[in-house]
Design a protein around this ligand. Structure first.
Ligand SMILES: Cc1cc2nc3c(=O)[nH]c(=O)nc-3n(C[C@H](O)[C@H](O)[C@H](O)COP(=O)(O)OP(=O)(O)OC[C@H]3O[C@@H](n4cnc5c(N)ncnc54)[C@H](O)[C@@H]3O)c2cc1C
Length: 250
């Protein structure tokens, strides 16, 4: 992270940039992570700030052209000597930003996992409806046992993701925040659910045959939308690192 905030009297002055910010051009307020300890490279030197849109020096680039997820724009956000009062420092303490971000990110990862289950169910519903009506070799595709086998794999995938999310969400609710094992369990939910959605989306397109590759088909759109979930809020390998580290370090 190279974005930094310099203390000047009662203010902080932020300089830097951040790519791929969802709904940046629509946002009224930004939560900005910046280094407040010059030269630091670890989490301890990161602080979090609340910066209202319209603050002088804060600008957004053009809307990115993405593979999918057309319902939410992204854009780069630039900070050119953006001045905020010290009261904009979240938690009122320098260096607490990474902790703040991680608290938010556990919730966001669980939310992504849930979204993956919802999208996978839609893909499955679309696919079951399609194979029931599409006739090949004198019968509906749905009657072929190999087609049913693919449906069954997707159904089992969805059920597994849903069950693990419910358990992690219950622990999150009980504790009021993610801590200890729950953080690992949430990383498991994000990893498994986003990879699961990739598999379900792939089978859905396959079972639609050529139609699944055509623009205008729901499964084609969801196939493209699904790809994001393995990348943002911590890519799959980052989740594997979180899980693996907690296992060997305790
Ligand atoms: C549509 C969209 C919306 C987004 N919205 C937001 C937003 O609102 N706010 C925001 O802050 N960000 C947002 N992002 C950014 C997103 O969180 C990052 O793109 C994502 O975390 C991956 O980071 P990166 O792009 O820098 O990839 P990189 O860090 O360059 O990683 C590329 C790949 O390298 C591998 N890799 C990276 N580091 C390691 C490692 N330590 N060990 C092993 N493998 C590794 C992984 O496989 C990873 O997929 C958004 C991105 C997209 C595409």
């Amino acid at each position: 992270m190279r974005t930094h905030a310099r203390r000047e009297g009662d203010d902080f002055v932020i300089n830097g940039a951040k790519r791929y910010i969802s709904n940046a051009r629509q946002a009224q307020v930004f939560i900005v992570m910046a280094r407040t300890e010059p030269g630091s490279r670890d989490a301890a030197g990161i602080s979090a700030f609340i910066v209202p849109a319209g603050t002088p020096g804060l600008t957004c680039g053009p809307t990115d052209r993405k593979m999918g997820q057309d319902g939410a724009e992204t854009a780069e956000v630039f900070f050119d000597n953006v001045r905020v009062p010290a009261s904009a420092l979240i938690g009122g303490r320098e260096g607490g930003g990474f902790k703040t971000a991680m608290r938010g990110i556990n919730y966001a990862r669980l939310h992504v996992a849930v979204t993956c289950v919802g999208q996978a169910r839609r893909l499955l519903d679309e696919t079951v409806a399609y194979v029931k009506q599409r006739q090949q070799f004198g019968q509906p595709l749905a009657e072929f046992q190999l087609v049913q086998a693919h449906l069954a794999d997707s159904r089992a995938d969805v059920q597994a993701a849903r069950s693990m999310i419910l358990e992690a969400a219950r622990a999150f609710d009980t504790d009021g925040e993610a801590k200890g094992e729950t953080i690992t369990d949430i990383a498991c939910c994000k990893l498994f659910s986003s990879e699961m959605l990739g598999r379900v989306a792939d089978r859905a397109v396959q079972l639609h045959g050529g139609a699944g590759y055509m623009r205008g088909m729901v499964v084609e759109q969801l196939f493209r939308d699904a790809r994001l979930f393995r990348i943002f809020e911590g890519a799959s390998d980052i989740q594997r690192l979180v899980i693996g580290r907690s296992m060997v370090r305790g």
